[in-house]
Design a protein around this ligand. Sequence first.
Ligand code: ZN
Length: 204
Amino acid sequence: MTLSKTLSTQDFDAYVFSKQPDYHEPTVRQEFAKAVPLRTVVIYCYDPRAANIPEAVAKEFGEVYPGEIVTDAQGNKIASTTTLFEVIVAGGRAIDALRSITTAQHLFGIQNIVIVHHTHCGATSFTAHGIIDAYQHEHDTDISTLYERESVSIRDFATSLEHDVRLVRESKGTPQQVNIYGYVYNIDTHELSLVVEDKKPLAA
Ligand SMILES: [Zn+2]
């Protein structure tokens, strides 16, 4: 494999927080926490017909989305007023969002994780067996142990959402106090329907 290289890595160090001379990890983290008032992470499908899901979730949860980019006196983009981040993955399956949840918690803090699967999703058109079989024949590659089978496609929405809410809840990288929700989004009517809810009681 060859990778073309047109600039030395040195050229980009000015844009890397950890390369700054006065870099101090805890201080930088505090600044990040102040830069975005994040509350909710929404996980949904990369299907273009599902693109309005964050807007629907923002309305349902009273979140600020997409919000405004905040600039400093020099015009540099330094913050955002949004309270909702998106994780866009095939089928909206939670398996692909676990690391993003951990990172969002570490830098900004989160209160809600909303998993949304949508009507007429491509992930409902095939099976784990079918994709494994196709890879074997078309790419001569065995992907049977690459992903857990329950996360590969969608058989029905109750099963997929219950699985994904549980997967997120059981992940060590999920903060314990978050509420986790599983919704179905109707791409034709723009309607969200709650299917699974795993809420944490409010601390006394
Ligand atoms: Zn989809």
